[in-house]
Design a protein around this ligand. Structure first.
Ligand code: HSE
Length: 412
């Protein structure tokens, strides 16, 4: 028998209890033994809820109980989750977590401590919610060099961008809608400024490089500057705007960024709508493989957490050896990464503005929108971000140009 404790009875914690109850026999069969929850740690009481007789307000009850074999950390945030998880691993208990902040900030250290104690630190739910992606990278895609990881990693922003695209709604209205539906994080900046996706791409890039990619080093741009007019330009180009977390691994150099991009309609990520997430991996032998599903929500996330519990129980006293060291992975300067960009230009004099775009960017195709006055757009050739920025500077200083209204990266 395996005894577990759940830290946090919020959305994911109550989902873990629900998954364990609903699929009790199946989980027992997969784990090859009964799996029982003994404690639920929460500051609150839940009178009338069957969970109440498992509630403890004191973490030491769990830490000091030798029967507890697996600690499930679904509290979120770095503190006190980090100290709870660290002490559990040091006491010889495996830990399963959905907490991307914790994994992105301390993952390598916690994996080392797990290894030293012959237990496991597992985090399938920390990226892509219910989508299996951590286990496939660690245990399935082991014969390939990963060349790129590109993901729609945040359900809230994908829901918002989908609504803006299909219903023509403004950013502010779709944000309110996402909040009313409970999709947005407590602090919506985590979603809309790209911080949540940044932690997730840091985790994926760390697994791909087997070193630590610090989330602080990742260039991160959210969706707050995306308007319905941008959406219309993207549509005219046959694409759709998505918030992408992307990491590239080429010639020993690594780069990563989170930013909105115009995704072309022949890219499978363009079909990922609403709160769904997807991760597209490119292996040097395998080619493209995409993982798609529900990236957030109570039961999908809990399903991934419980799959880790089953793995931990089945690998009692065996460290699964996830390759992610504490050595820092240096990233390329984002200015050196090559991109192509959609550029929206506001003009004072159209003909001279078009001529300037032709001279400076060698761009001939001008995109115009009906109803969008005094502006047009064009797509740059692929060049380093710094080269594109200096040409934009030059464009701005040209007669006939009033301003650059927005620039959005293109994703083939
Ligand atoms: N707020 C996150 C999202 C939750 O929208 O994807 C899952 O990390």
């Amino acid at each position: 028998m395996a005894v577990i404790a759940v830290l946090g009875y919020g959305t994911v914690g109550s989902g873990v209890v629900e998954v364990m109850n609903t699929n009790r026999e199946l989980i027992q069969s997969k784990a090859e033994q009964p799996v029982d929850i003994k404690y639920v740690l929460d500051l609150r009481d839940f009178p009338g809820d069957p969970i109440q007789n498992m509630i403890t307000h004191n973490y030491d009850d769990i830490l000091n109980d030798p029967e507890v074999e697996v600690v499930v950390e679904v509290m979120g945030g770095v503190d006190p989750a980090y100290s709870f998880v660290k002490s559990a691993l040091q006491s010889g208990k495996s830990v399963c977590t959905s907490n991307k902040e914790l994994v992105a900030a301390h993952g390598a250290e916690l994996m080392r401590i797990a290894k030293e104690n012959n237990v496991n630190f597992l985090f399938e739910a920390s990226v892509g919610g219910g989508i299996p992606i951590i286990r496939p990278i660690n245990r399935s895609i082991t014969s390939d060099r990963i060349e790129a990881v590109t993901g729609i990693l945040n359900g809230t922003t994908n829901y918002m961008l989908t609504k803006m695209d299909t219903e023509g709604l403004d950013y502010e209205d779709v944000l309110k809608d996402a909040q009313a539906k409970g999709y947005a994080e407590r602090n919506p900046a985590a979603d809309v400024e790209g911080y949540d996706a940044c932690r997730k791409i840091a985790i994926l890039a760390s697994l791909a490089t087997e070193k630590t990619v610090s989330y602080e080093d990742i260039y991160t741009e959210g969706i707050t500057n995306i308007s319905t007019t941008d959406m219309l330009y993207a549509q005219k180009l046959g694409g759709i705007i998505k918030l992408l977390g992307k990491a590239g691994f080429e010639d020993g150099r690594v780069w990563a960024r989170v930013a909105p991009a115009v995704v072309s309609s022949d890219n499978p990520l363009s079909m990922v709508s609403d709160v769904f997430n997807a991760i597209l991996l490119k292996g040097n032998m395998l080619g493209d493989v995409m993982f798609y599903g529900r990236g957030a929500g109570k039961l999908p996330t809990a399903s991934a957490v419980v799959s880790d519990i089953v793995d931990a129980v089945r690998h009692r006293n065996i460290n699964l050896g996830i390759k992610w060291s504490e050595e820092k992975q240096e990233l390329m300067d984002i200015d050196d990464v090559k991109v192509s960009k959609l550029v929206r230009v506001e003009y004072a004099q159209k003909d001279s503005a078009i001529a300037a775009v032709g001279n400076i960017f060698a761009a001939k195709d001008i995109i115009e929108l009906e109803g969008a006055e005094d502006e047009f757009a064009f797509v740059t050739k692929k060049a380093s971000e710094s080269e594109i920025n200096s040409r934009l500077e030059e464009l701005l200083n040209t007669d006939g140009i009033n301003g650059i209204l927005n620039t959005i990266r293109m994703e083939g």
